[in-house]
Design a protein around this ligand. Structure first.
Ligand code: NDP
Length: 315
């Protein structure tokens, strides 16, 4: 069996097209949604993520600004920046790129973001709304996972869904969203016993672990839909050889680029055994940015009481 590859780039492109229409409608009402991305320090991966987010805003005609702050900034200085952004009407969405330096009290900071502008959906008020099934802003990656499932025609109602990973950013909200869509959901983590036994019962398997190729043959039910959230950068030949059964292509990429991106799922096993799966790169990743724009547009609308025109799933 050869699994259907779910093209995240294509799904994200459809969402962006829909969002472009919604943004045009908002502009005709004199509203230009705006996003502020706060970047602390010099983490190269964070820089790339923030640049990608700001660029996506620009491409779609949103106002965006990147606020780069030094790594030695204090929590109170950062809180002041957030409060200023809360007060600015031009800014509809505020995201603080994680991870933050250890010295910064991330929980205090997330709590300071106006929940109406919390486009990462990490404020406890938005997390609580998600838990209680009220409309709010939902974390972008789990929202993107739901778009992937729905737009790829994956049956969710009544399906057995297993989410591996329980972070507030991905695993927990993904599980809640699946539950809202009437899947029967199990959440697994590092202390789960007989993990492969649990995951191999999943019709929908979401892997959000942060360990390259962790989910392999024994973990996958034949014909399952496998959503690989992981983004792992392999830079050593031995790591590439350890993950891929046939590593020639990946080794070639390693030689050319200096790294290979791979998910939490062993791709060759998923291709053989799953019914459908999201590749890395080109699966969940593009959706995360599309849903950030979607959340920013939604926040702009909701703050001004403008009705919904988007096709993206309203939570
Ligand atoms: P976290 O490190 O916050 O969470 C990882 C989760 O995996 C934890 O709940 C942990 O369990 C669980 N876990 C770790 N080891 C095991 C194990 N051996 N068996 C079972 N569960 C295990 O990561 P995130 O949720 O933030 O991210 C997960 C992955 O998704 C990463 O690769 C990240 O880069 C990627 N990511 C991708 C995005 C995208 O746009 N595609 C966006 C965000 C993240 P425990 O709680 O017990 O420690």
């Amino acid at each position: 069996m050869s699994a259907r590859i779910i093209n995240g780039n294509q799904i994200a492109a459809s969402i962006r097209t829909e969002l472009a229409q919604e943004i045009a409608q908002l502009k005709s009402k004199g509203v230009m949604p705006g996003l502020a991305a706060v970047l602390v320090g010099e983490n190269p991966a964070s820089k790339i993520y923030v640049q990608g987010k700001v660029k996506a805003c620009e491409t779609l005609g949103l106002y965006s600004e990147q606020i780069a702050l030094p790594a030695n900034i204090t929590t109170s200085q950062l809180l002041k920046t957030v409060q200023e952004l809360n007060a600015r009407d031009q800014i509809d969405g505020i995201l603080v790129q994680l991870p933050l330096p250890d010295r910064i009290n991330a929980a205090e900071l997330l709590l300071a973001i106006d929940p109406a502008k919390d486009v990462d959906g990490l404020h406890p008020l938005n997390a609580g709304k998600l838990l209680s099934g009220q409309p709010g802003l939902v974390p972008c990656t789990p929202a993107g996972i739901m778009e992937i499932l729905e737009r790829s025609g994956t049956p969710i109602r009544g399906a057995r869904a297993v989410v591996v990973g329980r972070s507030s950013l991905v695993g927990k909200p993904a599980a809640l969203l699946l539950l809202q869509r009437n899947a029967t959901v199990t959440v697994c983590h590092s202390q789960t016993e007989k993990l492969s036994f649990v995951t191999s019962e999943a019709d929908i398997l979401v892997a959000a672990i942060g360990k390259p190729g962790f989910i392999h043959w024994d973990f996958i039910k034949e014909g399952a839909t496998v959503i690989d959230v992981g983004i792992n950068r392999l830079t050593r030949e031995e790591d590439v050889r350890a993950i891929f059964h046939e590593p020639a292509e990946a080794l070639d990429q390693l030689a050319k680029k200096g790294y290979v991106l791979t998910g939490d799922v062993q791709p060759e096993d998923a291709r053989e055994k799953a019914g459908a799966f999201t590749p890395v790169p080109g699966g969940v990743g593009p959706l995360t940015i599309a849903m950030l724009i979607s959340n920013t547009v939604r926040a702009a609308r909701q703050r001004r009481g403008i009705a919904l025109h988007s096709k993206t799933a309203e939570i």
